[in-house]
Design a protein around this ligand. Structure first.
Ligand code: OSB
Ligand code: MG
Length: 374
């Protein structure tokens, strides 16, 4: 592909409509980077939903901006690419920094799709015209949580996930199961338990969760395999799956029976598709997770979730779950039957609201391609 002439990093502070609390902390504002790849007057957009603190992963918006500016963009401008699918090979010498790589690669996919006049979902190999939506609900007082669950189910959402931690698991799950006797329900511990908690986690089996997400630490693959033998609920991994190799190892050693694919966590769309493909060959269902993305990352996730192996509703909710206003001109909306349309317009299928971007922006870095035209 023709390289962009410049890359612009827009760091935004996006206030959340509601505080979001997980086993690792409570956030009131998401910090994210919108990556703009500009070529011939066309802008392609990607997102680095890294947040301010290295709690979910080691990255933050500051480390990601540094790595894109100092290593990834120079590598891209020096070597060029045939297609954005070459990004993982091009960036292989730079270790880690998956979200930084993902943001840059997705901006290139959007740029390429807009130049060709096709939806980015088509370039990713998407096959569905709509995806099933689900919602991830944070830790909050039980009455508020119950009201929120009821509201999302009422609006058509197809699956509800509750954040849990030691001391906050039986109670919310029992209440949710009582409210929704047969509804797809899941729980996410974000690594808050250890293998010693196996007998306790086995007592969650009675809630018939579709799966239990990341119960143990992100490095504890063998412990997850041991836990999986002690509980009936299928284990799903999130934080542990940082690459196709880890996904293959986790599945083959039976550490999990379900995989949460977050394109930002695994290093971008191409690696997400590779994990999708290897799980599909092994008949392991996958679903698309999120990291509180603004509309830009959200629309890339919708496009990726339109691939055939994404057989479970994931964490892709409407724009209004977190933000008002969102940075895209046509917010992501969930239909009354709980689906989100895969955009058929060019690229991600929306334009950026420059008024919102300017209002939320706290820094802007321009990285120019100074290499002679190739
Ligand atoms: O573990 O899936 C997670 C949000 C931030 C960090 C980690 C996680 C989450 C979510 C929400 O569960 C996902 C979303 O709605 O984007
Ligand atoms: Mg998770």
């Amino acid at each position: 592909m023709e390289l962009p002439s410049r890359i612009v990093l827009h760091t935004l502070h996006m206030p959340l409509r509601f505080p979001f609390e997980t086993s690792f902390g409570r956030v009131l504002r998401q910090e994210t980077i919108l990556v703009e790849a500009v070529g011939d007057g066309v802008s392609g957009w990607g997102e680095v939903p890294a947040s301010a603190q290295p709690h979910y992963s080691a990255e933050t918006v500051v480390t990601a901006a540094y790595v894109i500016d100092s290593f990834l963009a120079p590598e891209l401008f020096a070597a060029g690419l045939r297609t954005p699918a070459d990004c993982p090979a091009l960036f292989a010498r730079i270790r880690g920094h998956a979200m930084a790589k993902a943001g840059l690669e997705s901006a290139l996919w959007d740029l390429e799709a807009r130049r060709r006049g096709v939806p980015v979902a088509r370039l990713y190999g998407g096959t569905r015209r709509e995806i099933e939506s689900g919602v991830s609900l944070g830790i909050e007082p039980l009455p508020d949580l119950m009201r929120r669950i009821a509201a999302f189910v009422e609006r058509g959402y197809r699956r509800v996930k509750l954040k849990i931690k030691p001391g906050w698991d039986q109670l919310p799950l029992a209440a949710a199961r009582k409210l929704l006797p047969d509804f797809p329900l899941t729980a996410d511990a974000n690594g808050a338990y250890t293998l010693r908690d196996a007998p306790h986690l086995a007592r969650l089996d009675r809630f018939r969760l579709d799966y239990l997400e990341q119960p143990l630490g992100h490095e504890d693959l063998a412990d997850h395999a041991a836990l999986a033998k002690k509980i009936r609920t299928p284990v799903c991994l999130d934080e542990s799956i940082t690459s196709p190799d880890l996904a293959r190892n986790a599945v083959d050693m039976r550490a999990c029976r379900v995989v949460n694919i977050k394109p930002a966590r695994v290093g971008g769309p191409t690696l997400a598709l590779r994990i999708h493909d290897l799980c599909r060959r092994r008949r392991v269902p996958v679903w698309c997770g999120g990291l509180l993305e603004s509309g830009v990352g959200r629309l890339h996730n919708v496009a990726i979730a339109s691939l055939p192996g994404f057989t479970k509703p994931g964490d892709i909710s409407g724009s209004d779950r977190y933000y008002d206003p969102d940075v895209i001109d046509e917010p992501v909306v969930v239909s009354g039957k709980g689906t989100i349309a895969v955009r058929q317009g060019k690229g991600i299928g929306a334009e950026i609201r420059m008024d919102v971007l300017r209002k939320r922006r706290v820094s802007r870095v321009v990285i120019r391609n100074r290499a002679p035209a190739r």
